[in-house]
Design a binder for this molecule. Structure first.
Ligand SMILES: Cc1ncc(COP(=O)(O)O)c(C=O)c1O
Length: 482
């Protein structure tokens, strides 16, 4: 059985050393004029390099990441992040640039942004991209602002509704609402896909956009997409592609060819840049030509004299984020795409789908879990623990915590909302058959364990089973650093 390292590690503020900092020496190195110098002492811990290294290494050993083991967090595409991308991103030419420096001094960086935009156009079948948004959710929000600009430009004031299927990721309704649109959610069919009859009835001259993820969050490919696209466009509305699930179809199918007008991608998932814990991310948005003039400024252009930062776009919605997006994430995605090549990206999608279907089949054959929608899946699938809940009062949440004792990161739980007691598993292409088998076996074994063992998990991790009732009744929300 797995055991994570456990250290009684103090906060860095609580660490001290007998080595005293030589403030005079530091001052003598200080070339700043007095007027710019800090008046108060900098409140930093006085510790040496050895202590810092040990402190962070110990913390990292108590943690779990994709470099530690399997991490099949559904919808999050936790794939292996090649270390070469990290290495290159640290090169001085990339890490020591400033967004305000003269364009003549950062031509190579602008070239990367320019070329990545073209690569994403090729991969998605869109005409133009902006790399400015810092996350998928910000890309969605931008997509909604573009939608609004598009209709305002046509002087069409009626369109104030955005339609979503009930499988949509939670950020979709938030982006719609934040952009000031009325949200309309439609139920899926019993197969877990868009209900064309309902969609047709709901579409009207008030519809601005239909937002869809394909494959959807159940991992099912919406094979009626061309019909969906026709219905939406016949109603005069736009079709938005939430591309967070692009890892399933890279090199196989393109949202632009399916009829989508606006697309966002999650570079920090599909193109292997590390993410989690809130960032950093990158959610580029691609559009068809009719929407190009509304894209955020600046755009990176190419002239005979070199690459330029272009603000000349009178119809642009303005800015969505400072400067040109999260450059280090953009850079890592660019390197990853070059490393993999077109065929490599296609193969990685094929393996991601194969891995997902292998796990799904083995787990369904075990008879321990249910799967409400039994279609062939793409890169992820969703199981239900509803039977276990009824039989043994074991919930998805308990299974997730018990998996930690086996040394595995749990899948996403309770999403999508249309599956009761959902376990959403996305193994990605990174995992070997042996690791997938270990994960499958752990899930099968847990289903047969005694409920009290499962409910008291985890026991083998650095933080054990937490007191949830205590945490709710007496929450400690900040750490007092003083
Ligand atoms: C289907 C889907 N859409 C949108 C998002 C939002 O992306 P981000 O977390 O980068 O904001 C996610 C993230 O998990 C997702 O899975």
């Amino acid at each position: 059985m797995y055991r994570s390292a456990v250290f009684n590690e103090p906060l860095i503020k609580e660490l001290g050393t007998s080595v005293k900092r030589d403030d005079k020496k530091i001052k003598s190195l200080d070339i700043l004029p007095d007027s710019l110098r800090r008046k108060e002492k900098l409140n930093l811990p006085n510790i040496d390099e050895t202590q810092i290294v040990r402190h962070f290494l110990r913390l990292s050993q108590m943690n779990y990441g994709i470099d530690t083991g399997v991490y099949p967090l559904g919808s999050c595409t936790m794939k292996y992040n090649p270390k070469i991308c990290e290495e290159i991103a640290r090169w001085d030419n990339f890490s020591n640039i400033h967004p305000c420096q003269d364009v003549s001094t950062c031509q190579g960086n602008l070239q990367i942004i320019f070329e990545l935009e073209r690569m994403l156009c090729e991969l998605t079948g869109m005409d133009y991209f902006s790399l400015q948004p810092a996350a998928g959710a910000q890309g969605e929000f931008l997509g909604m602002l573009l939608t609004r600009a598009y209709y305002e430009n046509k002087n069409d004031k009626k369109r104030n509704e955005v339609i979503l299927p009930d499988t949509a990721h939670g950020t979709n309704p938030s982006s719609v609402t934040m952009a000031g649109y009325k949200l309309i959610e439609i139920p899926s069919t019993k197969d877990g896909t868009v209900d064309l009859n309902i969609l047709e009835k709901i579409l009207s001259e008030k519809t601005a956009c239909f937002m869809l993820t394909n494959p959807n969050t159940l991992g099912i490919f919406e094979s009626d997409i061309l019909e969906i696209s026709k219905l939406v466009h016949d109603a005069g509305a736009l079709l938005y592609y939430d591309g967070a699930n692009m890892n399933a179809i890279m090199g196989k199918a393109r949202p632009g060819d399916m009829g989508f007008d606006i697309v966002h991608l999650n570079l920090h998932k599909t193109f292997a840049t590390p993410h989690g814990g809130g960032g950093p991310g990158s959610g580029p948005v691609g559009v068809k030509t009719k929407l190009e003039k509304f894209l955020p400024v600046p755009r990176i252009g190419k002239t005979k004299k070199g690459f330029i930062i272009d603000y000349d776009a009178p119809d642009s919605i303005g800015k969505i984020k400072s400067f040109y997006g999260n450059f280090s994430v953009i850079l890592k995605a660019y390197i990853y795409i070059l490393l993999m090549g077109g065929n490599g990206l296609k193969e990685s999608s094929e393996i991601a789908v194969l891995n997902s279907n292998y796990m799904k089949k083995k787990l369904l054959d075990s008879g321990k879990y249910d799967m409400p929608f039994k279609e062939l899946r793409k890169h992820e699938f969703v199981l239900s623990c509803e039977k276990l809940k009824q039989k043994k009062e074991i919930r998805a949440f308990d299974i997730a915590k018990r998996l930690l004792d086996y040394g595995f990161h749990p899948p996403t739980i309770y999403f999508p909302l249309i599956v009761k007691e959902a376990l959403m598993i996305e193994p990605t292409e990174s995992e070997s058959k042996e690791d997938l088998d270990r994960y499958i076996n752990a899930l099968i074994k847990i289903a047969d364990e005694k409920p009290e063992i499962i409910k008291n998990a985890p026991n083998n991790t650095s933080v054990k089973c937490v007191d949830e009732v205590g945490a709710t009744k007496n929450p400690v929300l900040t750490w007092n650093m003083i």
